[in-house]
Design a protein around this ligand. Structure first.
Ligand SMILES: C[C@H](O)[C@H](O)[C@H]1CNC2=NC(N)=NC(=O)C2=N1
Length: 84
């Protein structure tokens, strides 16, 4: 499995994880909004935690109880959305 740059596999091996940090809450939440719209479009949703300017993602396929191609694709899409 080719894990996208800057993402790591969770300790339980069931998810891809990554932290993003932004200038402030507004930047972080605008990014999360972009991710949410994309997730709806592809019907594959991230788990995330937001604390002020920080966003932590955990990507896993609930229906497979592990990492699938959908998670790899979502990780790459999130990386692009962070550059907007
Ligand atoms: C009914 C709906 O299509 C499913 O629940 C989708 C929605 N988004 C999802 N997101 C994730 N991460 N895993 C899933 O298995 C999943 N299933």
């Amino acid at each position: 499995m080719d894990i996208p740059q800057r993402w790591t596999k969770s300790a339980d091996g069931k998810a891809l994880e990554r932290r993003y940090e932004f200038a402030d809450f507004s930047e972080a939440f605008a990014f999360l909004t972009r991710v949410a719209m994309h997730a709806e479009k592809v019907d594959h949703h991230p788990e995330f935690t937001n604390v002020w300017n920080r966003v932590d993602f955990r990507l896993t396929s609930h229906d497979a109880d592990g990492i699938t191609e959908r998670d790899l694709k979502l990780a790459r899409a999130i990386g692009k959305l962070a550059e907007d």
